[in-house]
Design a protein. Structure first.
Length: 279
């Protein structure tokens, strides 16, 4: 097995994977990739969830630091937690990003299951594609809750979901990097919800795969609509009709809600917005 850094380096060297590299923000210069994330539809939706909040933010499993950058740009005092020390995909990359962007991002090299912070240290805890990597999902959720201040919010975003345990193998086979470094996983939706509930969150909002720009990325609503029209038109030569039906917001929303009921793709993305009681 390769390291995570080696796997990403390999991916960046594959000419046919250029779009995936861009979509995953693995391209350089890192400041450009981080700024592109900050301008993305995904981050715009996240910013709405954080509207009116300020103070200290913890970016768990920060990777290259794109979310740490975005949180700092929003005015938060950011701590980035990343166990990998890599200069390409880990702690050193975040430190350099902070220096190059002129942002004060504290970097701590540690794992999420035992966070090295006092109870109630942060106003926001942010974890993008982190929970499905944890060795102990319940322990990780307890730690996210513990370090969050009363009244704070935890965002667990873009988590891979499977419908049945036996779907995991199919998801891992389809993942472009798992065969190289072996670090991927996915859980049933009920497992995520149960872990978050047991951790103590007073309210848990679930963002489904087709209902949020956070989970849709790298698609937008418009690019997804165009892709669906293209696919339908290839099967049935009636593009003007499909354009008419799906060009209306209500019609497209209905199609997405209908599709969501039958969406059992292994590894589809869900996000969780979890609130800690203020009392």
């Amino acid at each position: 097995m390769l390291t995570w850094e080696d796997a990403v380096v390999w991916l960046r060297e594959q000419p046919d994977q250029r779009q995936l590299v861009l979509d995953a923000y693995y391209d350089d210069p890192l400041t450009d990739a981080a700024e592109r994330y900050f301008r993305s539809g995904e981050w715009q939706e996240i910013a709405k969830l954080l509207a009116g909040r300020s103070g200290r933010a913890l970016d768990v499993g920060a990777g290259r630091g794109i979310a740490s950058y975005a949180l700092a740009r929003e005015g938060f005092d950011v701590t980035a937690l990343e166990p990998d020390g890599s200069a390409i995909v880990g702690a050193e990359a975040i430190r350099k990003l902070g220096r190059d962007a002129g942002l004060a991002i504290e970097v701590v090299q540690e794992f999420s299951e035992v966070l090295p912070f006092e109870n109630g240290s942060f106003d926001v805890v942010f974890a993008r594609a982190v929970l499905h990597h944890t060795r102990d999902l319940n322990a990780a959720c307890r730690e996210m809750f513990r370090v969050l201040r009363p009244g704070g919010v935890f965002l667990g975003l873009r988590e891979h979901v499977i419908s049945r345990e036996e779907d995991l193998a199919r998801f891992l086979e389809q993942h472009p990097l798992h065969r190289l470094y072996g670090g991927e996983c996915a859980y049933p939706l009920s497992s995520y919800h149960a872990a978050l509930e047991k951790a103590g969150f007073s309210r848990i909002e679930i963002l489904t795969p087709l209902a949020s720009a956070i989970n849709l990325f790298p698609y937008t609503r418009e690019s997804l609509r165009a892709a669906i029209v293209d696919r339908l038109s290839r099967r049935t030569p009636a593009r003007p009709l499909f354009e008419l039906l799906l060009g209306r917001r209500r019609g497209f929303d209905y199609l997405l809600s209908l599709a969501g009921r039958f969406d059992n793709r292994p590894g589809r993305l869900y996000s969780f917005v979890c609130y800690k009681s203020a009392s």
